[in-house]
Design a protein around this ligand. Structure first.
Ligand code: M3L
Length: 288
């Protein structure tokens, strides 16, 4: 099983994460807190109350974890394609796999990375939702002092299953949309690359960016439910499950609730995934 895709996925995931984390923090707050009037209000209040560091809350953990998750995603994707088509990453330029096989490989990678991602994503969302300023006074101490303390508190207060709260919504969010992610990327690369050649940097950037946008637009409804389920265990249980969360969110806030954060997801998706795919492609070419 070639390991270069796993290593390239790890490094490219870290590059994308740092670029996109501030967008992600604002998105998570808009999805789970009703105190903000919109994106600008959230950005201004976060900066005023917590300085620029407020946008990077909850990032230390994902740097290792999402990079690992990206490693699983790209590694499983590429090795599933190897199993389905008996072609390596480089051979696929000359023998392009079918979009069905690309979709299957992307869904397989999406399903497996979701299980790796679940506990890390839960901790990230819990930390991102702590709005106390850094230089807090005793009365407004945040509940969690950091990712490790957050994990230990969840284990103590909610049990091991607490670390997987929202994981079903995460699996449903990521599995089909990561199939689409890779189909979009490969389709755009083929569209703008002469047969049998490697795509140019510009093609990789544009294809990666639009693959990220397409994937996040379709993932946003389950992204909202996932974030709400992850916050649910904090102050007792508000939802009886994922379907109850969907139904009560719709009842209280209307259909628009399922598109909360879509603008931010899309704005973040282009640079993050353009950088992710560019670094992935170049790391693989360096490796050969
Ligand atoms: C499947 N879903 C849409 C959630 C993510 C797809 C892109 C994943 C990428 N690492 C990023 O952070 O944007």
């Amino acid at each position: 099983m070639p390991v270069e895709e796993f290593v390239a996925g790890w490094i490219s995931g870290a590059v994308g994460l740092v670029l996109g984390h501030p967008f992600d923090t604002v998105k998570v707050r808009l999805q789970t807190q009703s105190t903000y009037q919109g994106i600008v209000d959230c950005v201004v209040k976060t900066y005023r109350h917590e300085s620029v560091l407020g946008f990077f809350k909850g990032m230390s953990f994902p740097i290792a974890s999402v990079a690992l998750v990206n490693s699983v995603l790209f590694g499983v994707y590429s090795n599933t394609l190897l199993a389905l088509t008996a072609t390596s990453h480089q051979e696929r330029r000359a023998q392009p796999p079918s979009y069905t096989n690309i979709f299957i490989a992307g869904c397989t990678g999406g399903l497996l990375q979701a299980y790796c991602l679940a506990p890390f994503d839960l901790i990230k969302v819990r930390l991102q939702n702590q709005t106390e300023p850094r230089m807090q006074i005793a009365s407004s101490m945040p509940r969690y002092r950091g990712p490790v303390h957050c994990a230990a508190s969840i284990l103590r207060e909610e049990g091991p299953q607490g670390l997987f709260r929202g994981s079903w919504a995460l699996v449903l969010r990521d599995t089909p949309t990561l199939g689409m992610y890779f189909v979009t990327y490969e389709g755009l690369c083929r569209q703008y690359t002469p047969e049998g050649q490697n795509p140019s940097s510009a093609t990789v950037l544009v294809a990666g960016g639009f693959a990220g946008i397409a994937s996040w637009i379709t993932a946003t409804p389950f992204d909202v439910i996932k974030s709400r389920m992850q916050m649910d265990g904090l102050k007792g249980r508000k939802y009886g499950g994922m379907l109850d969360c969907m139904a009560s969110s719709f009842r209280q806030e209307g259909i628009g609730v399922f598109f909360k954060g879509m603008t931010l997801n899309s704005a973040r998706a282009f640079p993050v995934n353009a950088a992710t795919f560019l670094s992935y492609e170049y790391l693989l070419r360096l490796w050969r």
